[in-house]
Design a protein. Sequence first.
Length: 756
Amino acid sequence: MDYLAHLNPPQREGVENLEGPTMIIAGAGSGKTRVLTYRIAHLIRSKDVDPFKILALTFTNKAAKEMRERIEKVVGTDARNLWMGTFHSVFSRILRAESDKLGYPSNFTIYDTDDSKSLIKNIVREMGLDEKLYKANVVYNRISGAKNNLISWQNYISNPVYISDDEQAQKPKMGAIYKEYVQRCFRAGAMDFDDLLFNTNILFRDHLDVLNKYQQRFQYVMIDEFQDTNISQYLITKRLASVHQNICVVGDDAQSIYAFRGANIQNILNFEKDYPDLSVIKLEQNYRSTQNIVNAANSVIVKNSAQLKKSVWTENDHGEKVHLIKATSDNEEGRLVASSIFEDRSNKKLENKDFAILYRTNSQSRSMEEALRKMNIPYRIFGGLSFYQRREIKDLLAYLRFTINQNDEQSFRRIINLPKRGIGGTSVDKIMVAAFENERPLWDVLNNIQNFLPGRAANAVQNFVTLIKSFRIKLEREDAFETASFIAKQSGLLKELYDDKTIEGLNRYENVQELLNAIKEFVDSTESEDKSLEAFIADVALLTDADNQDPNDTNYVNMMTIHSAKGLEFKHVYIVGMEEDLFPSQMMLNSRADLEEERRLFYVALTRAMEKVTLTYALSRYRFGRLKSCEPSRFIEEIDPEFLKVDRKFNSSEPMGSMNNGSSNSLYARNLVAKRKATTPKVPPGKKLHTPSADFKPSDTRSLDTGMRVEHPKFGFGKVVKMDVDGANRKATIEFELFGEKTLLLTFAKLRILED
DNA sequence: TACGCCATGTTTTTT
DNA sequence: ACATGGCGTA
């Protein structure tokens, strides 16, 4: 095949060695994705394998999408039928098809992390336990860890190790909470993220006919980012591949950064044991980065103890050394990065999209944003708070979810008194008690509510039940969009947001409209065969809006956490906040294994860069609103000095004392303004409006006015030329000048005002 | 039951 | 700095 021509020998082997178990150890930048996509293309094109019989699992939606696109380029529309996606999405599909075997409804709800934690909180409270001792977060992680190791609650409460662990931690009730949590999820017809994998394992373990069906179907199984899989995931694929034995895993132990989620490097070692006739292919030549970058990264990663033998090298140019910039404050750090980008962009003829700013925590984006905005450098933030996590969106989704599954406890709690119906916490508690003590489904209790609640409250619940029933009629007869808009209107949600004339209310209203638009798009799309609301809701919990953003799509500087940068590459990479306690994170200093994971994270960050890496750190940084002094990260010293260059030009010469005047004062003043506007109850008639928040943070909230320079996430930078605001109808028409051309925008929620 | 004010904890990363 | 939860009042 023609595409084999530009592959080096090990890459070519990775593509052509199709039969039997294969492990591809792929160093950073070694063309791993290319091998995987060509391999699949090769199966379809040359070996005539039905795409329907190929299962390709990735870790993130982003990776799945990218791979599908690349395969489509080689094999065309055949790629449509591939079973490709994240573990969670692929197996949720299978679980829906086979749900009856496990006693779940096929339209089971998927609880996201927020749902799970709030359920745990309720349980802890109901059990009369100390909520500080049994923090939802901690309990959730403990349960999640157990599930990812395939420890059921039955195993858990009888396992002496877990018991003594919990007793030593003064948390003896952990197992009991686990049990209650699992039972509550089951009764609610809900699975959390970990259940999607755990229950798939149960399904394949207990229903051999089902297992056999999928074993026959999936002749070829492939796993990307294998180092990030946990035991639960690994066992699923092992079972699936055990008939044909055509399993191919691709990974790099040096890039394993998800141990906190149960990922296990051990999987790689186990793999060799489980498949003795394994072919191992090593991709060691890096095509992405300069020698200085590869060498610097290598000099860091050797500090880790556990490693597979592998040496990553490159034939690329030496390139520049890794730059190091010191700043006095986080704000100055932002300014230095912004001016460095500004300079390189013009001096080296680069575009915005060639740059990426990577950080350890999402909250670090703020100071970077400020600086970039001031220099008029367009940027885009990946990750952070997802659209689907916004309150108003979760509210509407809860209505939609409950209409589909009336036993979904979390959705019920969310909407039962929204808008206010006079049903408070005590009534809800009574309903729950009635359901649990009699082992009756929630919906059953609600339908016979007069037996459980006094007259007035019972009446209110009765009305709620009638309302939901009217939604169900719509659900059965209409498509997703008709049903959802009906629910949004009739529930009173839309009206409540409409009546809320505050700036935030306006925004929320628009966000809900945006969700409805998304549903409309889903219905109109030719790709979705099933246009029911169930089909739309099925995967919503598995989506994040980072998945909808294509890094190459628009010409913006990219900003994201290092975790979400995995698999991506950029010409110039800034790794900011290189400070002890921040990176490595304070939380990760407890064990050697944790520190090594942080080091691998640093390795991942370094190896994203093609041409230039710049590290920055600040001597002081705002945290919880307080200025804190910082020390440079130990990782900086771990880079072999031969590959490191202290960037004098960009190093701060400002004395420490000066950091409290200019920049921080203006920031303070700005936030004050923002707060004032945000709490103004009504939008006055005339031309006072806001900007925020679908893509921007609430602190951007300010009055919009003609003449202001603004940014729109799609249209880019421009100026407000004219605005007509109709407060009564809540519509604004803004004439927006974009590079000299006039554009009319009907909505302003996505405009951000730029500093002058 | 609803609402307002005050106290408290939170920030590691993602499906 | 910000969101959440508790507590008191209407």
